[in-house]
Design a protein around this ligand. Structure first.
Ligand SMILES: [Zn+2]
Length: 201
């Protein structure tokens, strides 16, 4: 819990007013220090105050801040000191939270970059593979049964080339489903596997 929450939770308006020298009437009213008040018109509730004369209102930190012309932070620190309240320094909390956020952001960015590079590499390999297929499995005569790899090369090449261009241009949108990448990766791996086996023979 930070300073503000801790102070507000631990110091009631009545306690603060009493501590700073106000006479509190039986119905929790005091003479308002924020306007020229002859009879008590400021009502103290547990967690806030309201003046029926001038309309001034707020929580316990606002009360002390206005009373002593302090910033809200200074008022909270004064209350913490006067009432012996321990709290986490909000600066320390904020800084470590900021640092943590920034580290998480960097990790996320590098993971995204890695994923992007991986997708790019897979698409590049696939594109090279399609170029080979277009050449290797092209029908020789009009009577040949068309090899599905040749068809795939014809239908996919332009699309893959377009995706690679977009990625090179730094587009954040992949423009391709993760599932399709997985399929392509399998195709590429299978081919590379075959290639290695053929070499080893
Ligand atoms: Zn008032």
């Amino acid at each position: 819990m930070n300073l503000f929450e801790t102070v507000k939770e631990n110091v009631k308006l009545r306690q603060a007013a009493e501590n700073y020298g106000f006479d509190i009437s039986r119905n929790d009213m005091i003479c308002c220090p924020f306007h020229n008040d002859d009879s008590p018109s400021l009502k103290l509730y547990d967690d806030h105050f309201y003046c029926f004369g001038c309309g001034e209102h707020g929580d316990v930190i606002d009360f002390v801040s206005k009373l002593f012309s302090l910033s809200p932070k200074e008022a909270a620190e004064r209350l913490a000191q006067d009432f012996g309240i321990c709290y986490d320094s909000d600066e320390r909390t904020d800084t470590s939270k900021y640092r943590k956020d920034s580290i998480l952001r960097r990790i996320k960015a590098s993971q995204e970059k890695e994923k992007e590079n991986h997708v790019y590499n897979v698409l590049c390999s696939y594109f090279r593979l399609l170029q080979d297929w277009k050449h290797d499995y092209a029908p020789v005569s009009p009577d040949d049964v068309v090899d599905p790899r040749f068809t795939e090369a014809l239908t996919k090449s332009a699309y893959i080339e377009h995706l690679l261009d977009r990625m090179m241009a730094g587009s954040k949108e992949k423009g391709i489903a993760d599932g399709e990448i997985v399929r392509i990766e399998k195709v590429v791996k299978r081919h590379e596997g075959n290639f290695v086996t053929e070499i080893q023979k």
